[in-house]
Ligand binder design. Structure first.
Ligand code: ATP
Length: 312
């Protein structure tokens, strides 16, 4: 695979002296979906702005498609579509003109059929002649996405794309992201909705206080840091965890009718077999058994909490 975005030791000190990025290195492959998670103020938007050439890094190097984002700004920028966090549209412009204008800015030849397709996929076609200031907040977000896609970017940045949007738009977005990925587009998104990262990302990066704390395949991360619960429903209720089972991490729930065993999914031995043997020896009869995997959210909260950073 080829690296589409290469970030090496990126640093950003704002004018007031605040160090928002403290040497971030990261390589993002073509066709990959990377979700950047982090508490408020962690530096996610700053990093995206540096990659898109909106903010100038004060140290390190960033390349998009092999082009340096500072020295080869135009080439690098033309490969990038950005859906910003804040709505920055011309209020009196019509939807159609807004999107067509953006395509032109990036030097792409006029292609009305292509723009029509984008607007239809975003349910904006009926609104093509409406002025921006006549649209709802959700519709404006859709226009931001249409603009970002108008010039066929190879890398798409979505900065908290679904903050405050309705379920329908969130679903549309996920569908569009899946289509773009299938077509080979590289996608980087920041989000506060961890279930969103869990649903669509290939890799997860966690930023905290200007540093990249972790970047890992989502599935591997969930296996490595994940815990599972085995919920054992009992034939007869127990008053306490029997002493024969003291060696296991067990708790009693639902008025003593459910025994919960929490175990590490990354461990070599889960201990389930031994637990079952000990239960049989102790004459405890099971009625039903279920498992529950903890979510990326549980993992993220633990991770950010463990390193003493701001609350998620
Ligand atoms: N133009 C600026 N001048 C000075 N400081 C800034 C500027 N822009 C951002 N910062 C600071 O840099 C830090 C990182 O901000 P950034 O917007 O990158 O965080 P974020 O991770 O995107 O946060 P959020 O999740 O709240 O959007 C914050 O402490 C912010 O106050």
């Amino acid at each position: 695979m080829t690296a589409m975005v290469e970030i090496s030791d990126a640093r950003k000190v704002y004018d007031g002296g605040f160090e928002a990025l403290k040497g971030v290195s990261l390589s993002i492959e073509k066709g990959e979906i990377l979700a950047l998670l982090g508490p408020n103020g962690a530096g996610k938007t700053t990093l995206i702005s540096c990659i898109c050439g909106i903010a100038v890094p004060t140290g390190g190097q960033i390349r998009v498609g092999g082009h340096d984002v500072v020295r080869d700004f135009r080439k690098a920028r033309s490969l990038v579509g950005l859906v910003p966090q804040e709505v920055n549209l011309e209020p009196f412009e019509k939807v159609w003109n807004t999107v067509r204008f953006t395509r032109g800015v990036f030097g792409r030849p006029r292609d009305d059929a292509h723009l029509e397709d984008i607007l239809r996929r975003l349910s904006l076609w009926e609104k093509r002649d409406a002025k921006i200031n006549e649209l709802s907040g959700g519709m404006k977000r859709r226009v931001l996405i249409a603009k970002a896609l108008s010039h066929d970017p190879e890398v798409l940045f979505l900065d908290e794309p679904t903050a405050g949007v309705d379920v329908e738009l969130r679903r549309d977005m996920w569908r569009i992201v899946a289509d773009l990925k299938a077509a080979g587009t590289t996608i980087i998104l920041t989000t506060h909705y961890i279930e969103e990262a869990e649903a669509i990302a290939d890799r997860i990066g966690v930023i905290s206080r200007g540093s990249l704390m972790l970047v890992e395949e989502k599935d591997a991360l969930m296996t490595r840091l994940g815990r599972k619960e085995l919920r054992i429903e009992l034939q007869e209720r127990l008053d306490a965890v029997p002493p024969q089972l003291a060696e296991f991490e067990l708790s009693l729930e639902e008025d003593g009718r459910v025994l919960v065993y929490s175990y590490d999914t990354g461990a070599e031995r889960t201990g389930i077999g031994r637990l079952m043997t000990r239960m049989t020896e102790a004459d405890i009869v099971l009625r039903d058994v279920r498992t529950r995997q903890n979510s990326l959210e549980d993992i993220f909260v633990d991770l950010v909490h463990d390193t003493g950073t701001d609350a998620a």
